[in-house]
Design a protein around this ligand. Structure first.
Ligand code: SF4
Ligand code: F3S
Ligand code: FES
Length: 246
């Protein structure tokens, strides 16, 4: 066991960093240290967690300025003499200490038109190719930790963009529905105009922080951009829209 120095955000938006020394055992993660801090010196520390296994997406926070799951961040990744700074996710309003209000994400989720299968297809009639199953299965691994939405500079550094940008998590959801062979809705224009796909300039920070290793940029966002370009710049589609055919 060794004693490590932590700086932890305390309070709401006008709060500040408080320094603590916390004992840490070999093999422990940041969340273990926060629990020990709660148990010993800061019983009122607000920290959200649930599974402690990287699967519920609750324990998201910023560790040394990087959005991470605290239950999956081993203390061994930091130098012994390094101060570990723990703050709430920067992109969403802090409620208290390490807990922030992520309702922005749920509002965005509700805006997405739901799965729209062809009503002419009866249950049991539809067969899905394995390649289509695998494509959407990758996106289904999402645990809604919102690390990707928190790291994306479009809203992390520009709060004013939030009404117009769903963030990578929900642009990926739009792509998942758009790529589903049984879905009949066309979400290409709303992806661009209402969910802000055009704001994404492919920095790939979302992919880098995803704890599920989902290739958000390469497998969801770029293919979605290509589909939007096909729809928007296809001369036949353009002509059809002008004469009211499509
Ligand atoms: Fe978290 Fe990855 Fe889902 Fe984004 S896509 S919410 S980073 S699991
Ligand atoms: Fe943001 Fe990811 Fe695009 S970080 S800019 S949504 S590639
Ligand atoms: Fe569930 Fe960390 S506590 S992902």
């Amino acid at each position: 066991m060794s004693e490590r120095v932590f700086r932890v955000w305390r309070g709401g938006a006008d709060g500040g960093l408080a320094e603590y020394r916390v004992e840490v055992n070999e093999g422990e993660v940041v969340l273990d240290a926060l629990h020990r801090l709660q148990a010993t010196r800061a019983p009122d520390l607000a920290v959200r967690w649930n599974c402690k296994a990287g699967k519920c997406g609750s324990c998201s926070m910023e560790v040394n300025g990087m959005p991470r799951l605290s239950c999956m961040t081993r203390m061994s990744v930091f130098d012994e003499d390094e101060t570990v700074t723990v703050t709430p996710l920067r992109t969403f309003p802090v409620i208290r200490d390490l807990v922030c209000d992520v309702s922005f994400n749920y509002d965005k989720a509700r805006e997405i038109p739901s799965f729209t299968p062809d009503p002419a297809t009866s249950p049991g009639d539809f067969r899905m190719a394995q390649v289509d199953v695998e494509r959407s299965q990758e996106f289904r691994k999402c645990i809604e930790c919102f690390l990707c939405n928190s790291v994306c500079h479009v809203i992390r550094d520009h709060e004013e963009n939030q009404p117009h940008f769903s963030g990578p998590r929900f642009l990926m959801r739009v792509a998942e529905l758009e790529m589903h062979p049984e879905d009949t809705a066309d979400r290409r224009l709303i992806a661009q105009d209402e969910f802000g796909l055009g704001y994404c300039n492919i920095t790939k920070c979302c992919t880098e922080v995803c704890p599920e290793g989902i290739h958000i940029t390469d497998n969801a966002l770029i293919p979605m951009k290509e589909r939007v370009a096909d729809r928007k710049y296809d001369p036949l589609v353009w002509l059809g829209s002008k004469i009211g055919v499509r």
